[in-house]
Design a protein around this ligand. Structure first.
Ligand SMILES: C[S@@+](CC[C@H](N)C(=O)[O-])C[C@H]1O[C@@H](n2cnc3c(N)ncnc32)[C@H](O)[C@@H]1O
Length: 246
């Protein structure tokens, strides 16, 4: 039986629930962002100096864009969903982020425009991630950094990220994730290489089980206490950094 297509129209319906809902997997995205953002910021600070320009592709409601802007970076966020971009702009405390509706397969920027490009929880939402990574590599300056976070394609990831979330989180939208679009780390490494980028670092991420109170497991709601942690194991999701060759 053919697998269904991913439904990216769900991101047009969240409104402020991007920032407030706990009865929806978007709460997992917020909890993950809490460890991804400092990891990324630390590496940008170590590797890039001066006025750093960042393009956040598939920025959604701006969880990363808005935090990077608060840290003084010049941020542009693009997403296919006009409604998400509106929410992102409304939550931009600096009012400095340039938000734009755009398709990642045709980024509306000249070659070599940005010092940093990011793709958080985004690559598993497109049919041709290799072409999209090539497009992101095009707008990255030589020596620029590419940060990515996505899901591994294996049985465990299907069970935890698709099935457990569907069973345990009340308002999980249908076809929010599709196993065939998950990406193995070796594939992503290859896509980076074909875009002229070299993967420098990669780390796994998993929920910190101690942050999940037992009574919340079958409540349908993501507990506010949920935290994610880094792990050497790349079986579930992974966060990484690549550099564009000079
Ligand atoms: C899971 S959300 C991640 C949002 C954000 N990066 C985060 O980490 O919170 C995936 C986002 O990718 C966007 N998206 C899907 N296909 C896209 C495309 N072709 N171009 C730009 N954005 C796209 C969706 O609209 C959605 O906002």
């Amino acid at each position: 039986m053919a697998e269904a297509n991913i439904d990216n129209s769900i991101y047009d319906k969240y409104g402020d629930r991007w920032y407030t809902a706990y009865d929806d997997p978007v709460a997992l995205l917020r909890a993950e962002s809490a460890i991804k953002t400092p990891w990324i910021l630390k590496r940008i600070r170590l590797m890039a100096t001066g006025n750093v320009s960042v393009l956040d592709v598939g920025c959604g409601a701006g969880f990363l864009s808005n935090e990077l802007a608060l840290s003084g970076l010049s941020v542009t966020g693009v997403d296919l969903s006009p409604e998400s971009v509106k929410v992102a702009a409304a939550h931009d405390g600096t009012k400095s982020v340039h938000y734009e509706v755009a398709d990642a397969s045709r980024l509306p920027f000249p070659d070599q425009s940005f010092d940093v490009v990011t793709a958080m929880d985004f690559l598993e939402h497109v049919e041709d991630p290799e072409a999209i990574i090539r497009e992101m590599g095009r707008v990255l300056k030589p020596g620029g950094l590419f940060f990515f976070h996505t899901f591994n394609r294996n049985f465990l990831c299907w069970f935890v990220v698709i099935k457990l979330v569907e069973w345990l989180v009340k308002n999980t939208p249908k076809h929010m994730h599709i196993l065939r679009l998950f990406i193995k780390p070796a594939e992503l490494d290859r896509y980076n290489l074909s875009a002229g980028m070299k993967t420098l670092e990669i780390t796994g991420i998993r929920p910190a089980f101690r942050s999940i109170p037992l009574k919340s497991v079958f409540s349908g709601v993501v507990p506010e206490s949920l935290r994610f942690k880094f792990t050497k194991n790349l079986w579930l999701s992974y966060l990484g950094m690549a550099i564009k060759k000079e």
